[in-house]
Design a protein around this ligand. Structure first.
Ligand code: GLU
Length: 272
């Protein structure tokens, strides 16, 4: 094994839909510091599959803000918008396993009939289109969760802070894995990319903890390795309290314009 193969691989994966704020700075710096401390590699990935929202000037602003913070990443940066073939191949694999079905229900259709909630608090999909054999054109593709869980068998779990967490992905129900507008989904793109980029350690916010239940299931179904996960608290000030929402969402460029330094940002976030 080469020295490179034994090194851990970390990544920061922002979506260029807005300016980076203090919450992003916390995530990026924590991730970058960990990579440094562990002698690992640090990658940056642009999660720009949502073509309606991603903007090139916001991507440029992300590079500028991260460099200002002192974060150093490997190039080239992987831009998800350039890799739709990889996501299509993963979806094809799931189709071949008989795990995906087209769904034409609108949000309103689902809200009208669903009594339960998924882990995002959205109405749980009741399976209306499952087994109908609808055409794929113009439809979303959903995962047949019961079938997928049965295929994987046994319990899916992940390691976090040395503990084994049971994934229990069934709580998500039949999630959409390919949106009709973009042909893929965050869940597919993130799972495929983490594997293709050899990511060994996913460090991200607590807001994505529940999504990991699904990502672990997808890794099992697609035969991909499972990284270690670390979900950090959302944004803390120096005393370990949550920053006021207005403060946490303050764009880094505004702080910079007000004269803040990268050291000030670290101090605000309680980072060394
Ligand atoms: N692109 C996602 C976001 O901006 C993060 C994805 C991840 O870290 O897994 O929230």
């Amino acid at each position: 094994m080469s020295a490179d193969e034994t090194r851990k691989v970390f990544r920061f994966a922002p979506s260029p839909n807005g300016y980076l704020h203090l919450g992003h700075a916390y995530s990026a710096l924590l991730d970058f510091d960990l990579a440094r401390r562990e002698g690992g590699r640090f990658l940056l990935r642009m999660e720009d599959i949502d073509k309606g929202r991603a903007r090139p000037e916001l991507e440029a602003a992300i590079y500028e803000d991260l460099a200002w913070l002192g974060v150093v990443w490997e190039t080239p940066v992987r831009r998800q918008s350039e890799h739709s073939a990889d996501y299509a191949a993963a979806l094809d694999q799931l189709v071949a396993l008989g795990l995906l079905y087209p769904c034409v229900c609108s949000r309103a259709d689902i809200a009208g009939v669903s009594r339960e909630r998924d882990l995002d608090g959205a109405p749980l999909y009741p399976g209306t289109c499952r087994g109908k054999g609808l055409a794929r054109d113009g439809a979303n593709l959903r995962l047949d969760m019961a079938k997928a869980a049965a295929l994987v068998g046994g319990e899916v779990s992940w390691r976090e802070h040395g503990k084994e967490i049971i994934a229990a992905p069934q709580q998500w129900g039949d999630v959409v894995l390919a949106r009709k507008d973009i042909g893929t989904s965050y869940h597919i793109a993130v799972t495929v990319d983490d594997a293709l980029q050899g990511v060994t350690d996913v460090v991200r916010g607590r807001d994505l903890y529940e999504a990991t239940r699904l990502h672990r299931l997808l890794q099992e179904l697609l035969g991909l390795p499972a990284p270690a996960y670390r979900h950090h608290a959302l944004v803390l000030d120096g005393d370990g309290r949550k920053l006021a929402k207005s403060r946490a969402s303050e764009p880094l460029r505004d702080l910079r314009a007000e004269g803040a330094t990268p050291a000030d940002v670290r101090a605000m976030l309680g980072l060394p």
